[in-house]
Write a protein that binds this ligand. Structure first.
Ligand code: URA
Length: 204
C-alpha cells in the first residue's frame, strides 16, 4: 500500500520520509523539476553514497544514479567488491536544478540555501538507514554532510568519524571523472576513485 504523505514533523519511518518528500517545497527547485528523486536501496544498507542532485535522466525516471555517472559508480562498486545489495544511493539535493538550453536541460550546481533546505531529507535518510559508512561524492555532498564548503582534495582518503558513529569518506563525484578529456588523466583519476572505494570496502 502506498504511504500517504504525513506532515514533515510526524515522520517516523523512511517510507514516510519518501512519501513526504514528494511534495517538498522547502526550496524553489521543485517548481521546475519533474519530481523529487529520493534515495534508493535496502533499509539495512551498510554504505550510503551521497551525490549532488539528480541529473536529467534521474529527474525523468525518479531514481538516483541511473545515468552515466551512475554507471561509473556501479562499475567502481563492483570492481572494488562492495556488496551492491547493501548499498543505498541518494543525493544532497533531491530536485534537478537546470537551465533550459534549446531542447537540452543544463545542470546547475545547487547553492548553499538549496543544500541546507534539502539536508532535512538527507538527515532523515541517515537516521533511518544508520549506515556504517557514508561516502560523499563531490563538493556538494561534502558541503551538506560537513556543514561547510570544503576542498575535496584536502579531505579525500582520510575517513572522518561522525557524531552518530558512522564513518564519512569524501571523494570525487563520478561526473567529474567523465568530464576529464585526456584519456590518461581520466584513467588515473578513475584508478584513484577505485582506490578510495577499496578503502570504503575495507572499512565495512
Ligand atoms: N549525479 C548525482 O549527483 N546524482 C545522481 O543521481 C545523478 C547524477
Amino acid at each position: 500500500m502506498a504511504e500517504h504523505s504525513p506532515a514533515e514533523t510526524e515522520i517516523t519511518s523512511l517510507a514516510q520520509a519518501r512519501a513526504a518528500a514528494r511534495s517538498c517545497t522547502r526550496c524553489p527547485l521543485y517548481e521546475h523539476a519533474t519530481q523529487t528523486v529520493f534515495g534508493e536501496g535496502p533499509r539495512d544498507a551498510l554504505v550510503m553514497f551521497v551525490g549532488e542532485q539528480p541529473g536529467d535522466k534521474e529527474d525523468l525516471a525518479g531514481k538516483p544514479f541511473i545515468g552515466p555517472a551512475g554507471k561509473v559508480l556501479d562499475e567502481a562498486v563492483e570492481k572494488t567488491g562492495i556488496d551492491r545489495r547493501r548499498v543505498y544511493v541518494t543525493n544532497a539535493v533531491k530536485h534537478f536544478k537546470f537551465v533550459p538550453r534549446g531542447k537540452r536541460r543544463l545542470h546547475q550546481r545547487p547553492d548553499g540555501g538549496e543544500i541546507q533546505a534539502c539536508k532535512f531529507w538527507l538527515e532523515l535518510e541517515i537516521a533511518f538507514i544508520k549506515p556504517k559508512i557514508i561516502v560523499a561524492l563531490g563538493a556538494t555532498a561534502a558541503r551538506s554532510l560537513l556543514g561547510k564548503t570544503v576542498t575535496i582534495g584536502k579531505l579525500r582518503g582520510a575517513p572522518i568519524k561522525r557524531d552518530d558513529g558512522a564513518t564519512l569518506f569524501v571523494t570525487n563525484h563520478p561526473s567529474y571523472l567523465l568530464r576529464i578529456r585526456d584519456k590518461a588523466d581520466q584513467a588515473r583519476e578513475r584508478a584513484r576513485f577505485e582506490e578510495e572505494l577499496s578503502m570504503v570496502r575495507s572499512a565495512i
